[in-house]
Ligand binder design. Structure first.
Ligand code: GLY
Length: 299
C-alpha cells in the first residue's frame, strides 16, 4: 500500500477522511495525523477529546496528547493541560531535541502560551450539566461507554509512519491524574521500520502491559499485524483476569509498515481505516471465544 490511516472510534471517521485526502496528495503522515486529530478535538459532540470533553472532579477539562515520528523515534507529549485548543499540535511541536519532550501541568501550559498555541475554554454547558448530575453518583472511576481517546496511525507514500493521540481522559478523574495517552510506549508508539500502535480505554490497565510498544515489538520479531495486536492485548487481558479477577476495557490499533491493520479489544470497539486501496470505512471489533472478530459497519 502506498498510504494508510487507522484511527480509534467511529468519531474519527471525518478526521480519517481528511487525513486520507492529505496522504492521497502525497503529503506527509505527520500532517495527516495533525489534521485528523484536530477534527476530533474541535467537535463538541465527542465527549472524550478536546472541546466538549468530560471534566475532572473539579469540573475542569484537562487534556493529554502524544505524538511519535517513526523515522527518528522522536516523540513529544503533553499531560494535564487546561485551556488550549489542540494538545496534539503542542505535543507535535515538542518532538525535536533530546530533552524536554514531555511536559505536564503548569510547565506545559507555560510552554504553550510562550509559543502562542491557540487558547480555548474546552468546558461546554452540556458538560457542566452532566457534571452536576453525576458528581454525587460517581464513586469510582470507570472508562465510560462509547468514546475514549482519539488515536491516529498513518503511513505515507514516503514510507514514514507516525502515531498521535489526544484525550480529556477519564470522566471525574482526580487532579493530577495521567493516563496512558501521553505516555510513549503505552498510549502510542511508531517505528517506520516495523509499524505503529496506539491504545484507548482504561489508561491504568493499558500501562500495566506497555501495550503499544508490546504490539510493535511483536511485529519486530516477525508476527503478522493482527497476531501482534491480539498477542499484546489479549495476553494482558488474560494476565489481569488471572491476577485480579477482572480486566478493565482496553482496545489497541496496530498498523504494519506495509499499511495493513490489526485491532484487538476486550470490549465492542469501533474504528476507521482508509488507504490508497479503499476509501475510509467504519469497523467494529469484538472479543469472541478468545479472539478479536472484526466486521465492517454498514451504516
Ligand atoms: N486512555 C485514556 C485515559 O485513561 O486517560
Amino acid at each position: 500500500m502506498k498510504w494508510a490511516v487507522l484511527a480509534t472510534w467511529k468519531m474519527s471517521e471525518n478526521g480519517n477522511r481528511i487525513a486520507s485526502q492529505i496522504l492521497a496528495e502525497n503529503r506527509k503522515a505527520s500532517e495527516a495525523i495533525l489534521h485528523g486529530i484536530s477534527d476530533v478535538e474541535d467537535n463538541p459532540s465527542f465527549h472524550s477529546v478536546g472541546y466538549g470533553g468530560r471534566p475532572d472532579t473539579n469540573c475542569r477539562v484537562i487534556l493529554d496528547g502524544g505524538y511519535m515520528d517513526g523515522d527518528t523515534l522522536h516523540f513529544g507529549a503533553v499531560g494535564a493541560i487546561e485551556g488550549f485548543r489542540s494538545p496534539i499540535h503542542i505535543a507535535y511541536s515538542l518532538r525535536e531535541g533530546d530533552a524536554n519532550n514531555f511536559l505536564v501541568g503548569q510547565g506545559a501550559e507555560e510552554y504553550a502560551s510562550k509559543h502562542h498555541f491557540e487558547k480555548r475554554d474546552n468546558l461546554t454547558e452540556e458538560m457542566i450539566v452532566l457534571y452536576e448530575q453525576e458528581k454525587e453518583k460517581r464513586k469510582q472511576l470507570s472508562a465510560y461507554d462509547g468514546h475514549d481517546t482519539v488515536c491516529f496511525l498513518a503511513k505515507d507514500s514516503f514510507n514514514s509512519i507516525c502515531a498521535g493521540t489526544s484525550t480529556s481522559g477519564l470522566f471525574m478523574k482526580e487532579k493530577g491524574r495521567l493516563g496512558d495517552t501521553p505516555v510513549v510506549g503505552n498510549g502510542f508508539y511508531a517505528d517506520s521500520k516495523t509499524g505503529a500502535a496506539a491504545a484507548t480505554g482504561m489508561g491504568e490497565e493499558i500501562m500495566k502491559g506497555c501495550l503499544s510498544y508490546a504490539a510493535v515489538m511483536y511485529m519486530k520479531i516477525g508476527m503478522p499485524v493482527q497476531e501482534a495486536a491480539d498477542k499484546a492485548l489479549l495476553q494482558l487481558h488474560q494476565e489481569l483476569i488471572e491476577r485480579n479477577g477482572y480486566a478493565n476495557p482496553m482496545s489497541l490499533i496496530v498498523l504494519d509498515k506495509e499499511g495493513n491493520f490489526g485491532v484487538s479489544t476486550n470490549i465492542d470497539f469501533t474504528f476507521t481505516y482508509g488507504s490508497d486501496e479503499q476509501s475510509t470505512e467504519n469497523y467494529i471489533a469484538k472479543l469472541q471465544n478468545g479472539k478479536t472478530v472484526i466486521t465492517k459497519l454498514t451504516e
